[in-house]
Design a protein around this ligand. Structure first.
Ligand code: AKB
Length: 319
């Protein structure tokens, strides 16, 4: 990786991945690309930023040629709840976007990182210790796009030799950029509400266990996988990775250790609850551990403490 393009750079993962890649590979060598959302000041100040619509293959091609890109982290996508509201648009952005990136990468010989998700699984998948290779019949448009994306990445490697790699991310928790329209967003929102109001109304019901990860682990996973000597990889795409699994009431309890008066009640959103009910409770990530040494660093308590400290400073609040 010498010259890197990050699509979806203004999003939850992108904004932090760009920063980490720039520290590692040099600011001028990492091009941040966003589309509709206004870019954070730091994205523009730190290095090159461009506007890029991933549904336009000519625009991707021009960007890759202009900046002499050799690696694309393709993050531009709609999240699960938003995709359910507008499945047609989700297909266009999530699938056409990926297809365009892979086509340009085939022609321009770029490596590609594609983030799949726990959303690539469905109600028939074993929900506990979800195996790396198992039944995948998702019943959401987001999931259909993710599982198709995993297959498409495998295909572009086996058919055209494109160096595609990727992970299945769990719900991601971060304080820099809020997620927009996911099913696991409650695990981020809760921190803002805990700090600002000492109470939160959760849209998933008690007992909804889902895999989760703190953003520093997620960023490290993407970079480590792309830097791994490829001869170590048996799988290339869609590695299960996880760091913790908890239900909303356990996250609330963890926050209460720092904010004793914190209250949580529930107003369940049936759409997001149905999506969550079709996802794994806890994935088996031993393939990632053995093939490229994946290891998480933040558990629930460490993540909660770090989130509260960072977000309190960001919001200029006191606990
Ligand atoms: C979402 O909730 O849509 C995402 C995901 C788990 O892929 N955070």
């Amino acid at each position: 990786m010498k010259r890197i393009l990050v699509t979806g750079a203004t999003g939850q993962i992108g904004s932090e991945l760009v920063h980490a890649l720039r520290l590692r590979y040099g600011s001028d060598n990492v091009v941040a690309a966003g589309h509709q959302k206004a870019p954070q000041q730091s994205l523009i100040e730190e290095g090159p930023f461009t506007t890029l619509d991933v549904t336009c293959i000519e625009a991707i091609n021009a960007t890759v040629q202009h900046y002499r890109i050799d690696t694309i982290f393709h993050l531009a996508a709609l999240l699960s709840a938003v995709s359910e509201k507008n499945p047609q648009r989700a297909w266009k952005v999530n699938m056409d976007g990926l297809f365009n990136v892979l086509e340009v990468s085939r022609e321009q010989r770029c490596a590609v990182f594609f983030p799949s998700s726990i959303g690539a699984f469905g109600p028939d998948t074993p929900r506990d210790n979800t195996p790396q290779d198992t039944l995948q019949r998702p019943n959401t448009m987001y999931g259909v796009c993710k599982v198709s994306g995993e297959l498409l990445c495998d295909y572009y490697f086996s058919r055209f030799g494109v160096d595609t790699r990727g992970v299945r991310y769990p719900g991601l928790i971060s304080y820099e950029t809020p997620p927009g329209g996911g099913t696991t967003d409650y695990a981020v929102e809760i921190f803002y509400h805990a700090i600002q109001n000492k109470s939160y109304t959760c849209f998933l019901q008690q007992g909804t266990y889902l895999d989760m990860m703190y953003m520093p682990d997620a960023i490290r996973a993407a970079i480590e996988l792309m830097e791994t000597d490829v001869s170590r990889l048996k799988h290339r795409n869609a590695f299960n990775i996880t760091a913790m699994s908890f239900a909303p009431e356990e996250l609330a309890e963890s926050i209460r250790k720092h904010i004793p008066g914190f209250r949580m009640d529930y107003n369940v959103d049936p759409v997001r609850q149905a999506i969550a009910n079709s996802w794994p409770r806890h994935m088996d990530d031993h393939a990632a551990r053995t093939e490229w040494g994946w290891e998480s660093q933040f558990d629930l308590e460490q993540m909660t403490a770090h989130m509260l400290t960072q977000l309190t400073a960001k919001l200029s609040a006191t606990l």
